[in-house]
Design a protein around this ligand. Structure first.
Ligand code: FES
Ligand code: FES
Length: 164
C-alpha cells in the first residue's frame, strides 16, 4: 500500500489541498482531482506538448511532472486564460479563433500555454522565434502556418492592450 502525501497547489489562483498518491501525474491531478479537463493528454511521453501548463510561470509537460513535485507551486492551465470576472477570452484565445489557429483543437491548450510563456518574455517575437518557442508542440491538423499567424496576432493585440 502506498502512503498518500498531502500537497497544496495553487491552480489558476485557487489553492487546492489534497492527499495524493506520490505517483499521480500533474495532468491526472488537474483532470481527475480538480476536473480541469482543458489540459489534454496525448503521448504521455513528453513529446507532443498537449499537456503543457505553466508551473511558476515556466512551461512544463504535466504528463511528466508528478503532482507532488508541484506542491507549493502556482500552476496555470488553459482555464486560467479567460478573464474570471468578465468571462472574456484572453487575447491569445481570441487570436487563435480569429486567425484559425485550430481545427480539431486537441493541441490548442498546449499551444496557447506555450504562447503565453513566449509572449510574457518576448512581446514582439519574430517568426523564427515563434517557431523556436512552439517547436515542442505538435499539431496534426493545421500545417502550423495559421498557428504562427495566431501568435503574431496575439502578440500585436497584447502590445496594443499594454499601449506599446
Ligand atoms: S501528453 Fe504530455 S507531452 Fe504529450
Ligand atoms: S488542431 Fe488538431 S491537432 Fe492541432
Amino acid at each position: 500500500m502506498t502512503t498518500k502525501q498531502r500537497i497544496c497547489i495553487t491552480v489558476n489562483g485557487v489553492r487546492h489541498e489534497r492527499e495524493v498518491e506520490p505517483r499521480l501525474t500533474l495532468v491526472d491531478f488537474l483532470r481527475h482531482e480538480l476536473y480541469l479537463g482543458g489540459t489534454h493528454v496525448g503521448c504521455e511521453h513528453g513529446i507532443c506538448g498537449v499537456c503543457t501548463v505553466l508551473i511558476d510561470g515556466r512551461s512544463a509537460r504535466s504528463c511528466l511532472a508528478l503532482a507532488v513535485q508541484a506542491d507549493g507551486c502556482d500552476v496555470t492551465t488553459v482555464e486560467g486564460l479567460r478573464d474570471g470576472a468578465t468571462a472574456q477570452l484572453h487575447p491569445i484565445q481570441q487570436a487563435f479563433v480569429e486567425a484559425h489557429g485550430l481545427q480539431c483543437g486537441f493541441c490548442t491548450p498546449g499551444f496557447m500555454m506555450t504562447t503565453l510563456e513566449l509572449l510574457t518574455e518576448n512581446a514582439d517575437p519574430s517568426d523564427d522565434e515563434i517557431k523556436e518557442a512552439l517547436g515542442g508542440n505538435l499539431c496534426r491538423c493545421t500545417g502550423y502556418e495559421s498557428i504562427i499567424a495566431s501568435v503574431r496576432l496575439a502578440a500585436r493585440r497584447l502590445r496594443e492592450q499594454q499601449g506599446a
